[in-house]
Design a protein around this ligand. Structure first.
Ligand code: NAD
Length: 498
């Protein structure tokens, strides 16, 4: 099957002659081919968006919000279809795929509040006869480049606020699972969005570079790995664009001696192995404090990990997590596990030989647990993005805090404790963007903002929540004085309002 782009309200075949294979990760089969756009195809999408955008910007925000209201209804209507297409290309379980759609849908719901969120500020009588007001205006044509791991949620995090603000949006989704983004664009059109306001351009580096270099693309939002985030941030900024880029992660969960260890172990299982560990908010490092805590935690983790059910999404509720996205991802994960063993960490659960009858060609990796890893090992320094949990034992709270503080990534973290003072100290001192207290995956809800610190984010505004409305608009401030006084002659000193 040959996939398409979605331009000016229509499915459009690729013309570059370049394609990428799209796999079913559970079977290892190629199920579709996605076109990889050339710079000329990207330019055509921008041209259509640029032509459509002024009319959309002039549509009042309440009417724009109604499109999102209808979009939310259509997402619910098509939930099963979306989840199935998502699982088929990504590999995650059906309930998890629905979660992917729902966490995006919640941002669409938040954006229905656009009329309120776009209100400016007003000062009546800022000076004698002078009023001052600000308004938020759309930027024009903006773009989003998104990763494979949340093919529904992250595109919606980007295009819902951008479009609610009155922009036209170019979406360049991951070439590994492009079908759901195309379906989302169809639903936006069905919901009443004018043609050209949401363009889906499939592609790889060539399409991304064309976005970064196109003079009519005013802003770029990116989510993906840190090296690409850094590259896109630098090239986009150099070309004078507004850019926000969110990168990789290595999320630590500190387990204090006073924590409920059964609860902590359950949390680590879900947060470490859910979605095969392919989440930027997955917990990949467990840091028990004290030898006794570490021993008791490992003792609880091992039987839980051994019970994990790994399989294809078609097995329904019988599966805890599925395959990883490609054979290259699997090989990279297996390579890192091998390096952990070589560098001296204890592999207490080894899932490397996992194989599933009937799915021998699927990209499965069995769950792995490392104990006694150290700071210098590759399994600790690098993002593995697979079903591998690494334990680093700390002697004290300060040592555990220091580990998370010193790591180059700063997306999410969590502490498990019964002590409010420790939790409060941790939340206050940690240099990481999203913090959980007895919550392993602290992904903020749509009306708060999502973003990491350090090498996990480039730029100064977060995703969704009020920050998204700031990112996708610019402020204009008007100072107005009405007739009297204008006849009185010129002012030569700088105006002050005193
Ligand atoms: P990726 O960086 O390989 O790809 C992301 C996007 O960039 C894709 O659209 C891809 O086509 C494009 N791209 C890839 N290589 C490129 C290049 N050389 N030049 C220009 N564009 C290029 O990331 P991925 O593997 O799809 O996603 C997994 C990564 O995303 C992980 O590192 C994960 O932590 C991260 N992630 C971060 C967040 C967050 O909010 N911080 C959320 C989800 C995923």
């Amino acid at each position: 099957m040959e996939l398409t782009h979605f331009i000016n309200g229509k499915h459009v075949k690729g013309t570059s002659g370049r394609f990428a294979d799209v796999y079913n990760p559970a079977t290892g089969e190629v199920q579709a081919q996605t076109p990889l756009a050339s710079a000329a195809e990207l330019a055509a999408a921008v041209e259509g968006a640029k032509a459509a955008q002024p009319k959309w910007a002039a549509t009042n925000p309440q009417r724009r919000a109604r499109v999102l209201m209808e979009f939310v209804r259509l997402l619910h209507r098509d939930m099963d279809k979306l989840a199935e297409a998502l699982s088929r290309e990504h590999g995650k379980t059906l309930p998890d795929a629905k979660g992917d759609v729902i966490r995006g849908l919640e941002v669409a719901e938040f954006c229905i509040g656009a009329p309120h969120l776009l209100k400016g500020e007003y000062t009546d009588g800022a000076g004698p006869g002078i009023d001052m007001y600000s308004m938020r205006q759309p930027l024009g044509v903006v773009a989003g480049i998104t990763p494979f791991n949340f093919p529904a949620m992250i595109p919606m995090w980007k295009f819902c606020p951008a479009i609610a603000c009155g922009n036209a949006f170019i979406l360049k989704p991951s070439e590994r699972d492009p079908s759901v983004p195309l379906m989302l664009a169809e639903l936006m059109l069905e919901g009443g969005l004018p043609e050209g306001i949401l363009q889906v351009v499939n592609g790889d580096k060539e399409a991304v570079d064309a976005i970064l270099d196109h003079p009519d693309v005013e802003a770029v939002g990116f989510v993906g790995s840190t090296p690409i985030a850094a590259y896109i941030y630098a090239r986009g900024c150099e070309n004078g664009k507004r850019v926000q880029c969110f990168g990789g992660a290595k999320n630590h969960m500190i387990v204090m001696p006073d924590a409920d260890l059964d609860q902590a172990a359950d949390a680590l299982i879900g947060a470490g192995y859910g979605a095969a560990g392919e989440r930027c908010m997955a917990i990949s490092v467990a840091v028990p404090v004290g030898e006794a805590t570490a021993d008791a935690l490992i003792e609880r983790l091992i039987p839980r990990i051994e019970k994990l059910k790994v399989g294809p999404y078609t097995a329904g509720n019988d599966v805890d997590y599925g395959p990883v996205v490609t054979s290259a991802a699997r090989d990279k994960i297996l390579g890192l596990i091998g390096s952990g063993v070589e560098q001296g960490a204890e592999l207490v659960v080894d899932g490397r030989d996992f194989s599933l009858q009937g799915y021998e060609n699927g990209f499965f990796v069995g769950p792995c647990l490392f104990d006694k890893a150290t700071k210098d090992m590759d399994i600790y320094r690098q993002e593995i993005f697979g079903p591998v949990l690494t334990t680093v034992r700390a002697k004290t709270y300060e040592e555990a805090l220091g580990l998370a503080m010193d790591h180059e990534y700063g997306n999410g973290t969590a502490i498990f404790t019964r002590d409010g003072d420790t939790a409060r100290d941790f939340a206050s001192r940690i240099n990481i963007g999203m913090v959980g207290v007895n919550v392993p995956i602290p992904v903020p809800l749509a009306y708060h903002t999502f973003g990491g610190w350090k090498k996990s984010a480039f730029g100064d505004l977060n995703q969704h929540g009020p920050d998204a409305f700031r990112f996708y608009t610019r402020t204009k401030t008007v100072t107005a004085r009405w007739p009297s006084g204008t006849k009185e002659g010129a002012e030569f000193s700088i105006p002050t309002m005193g």
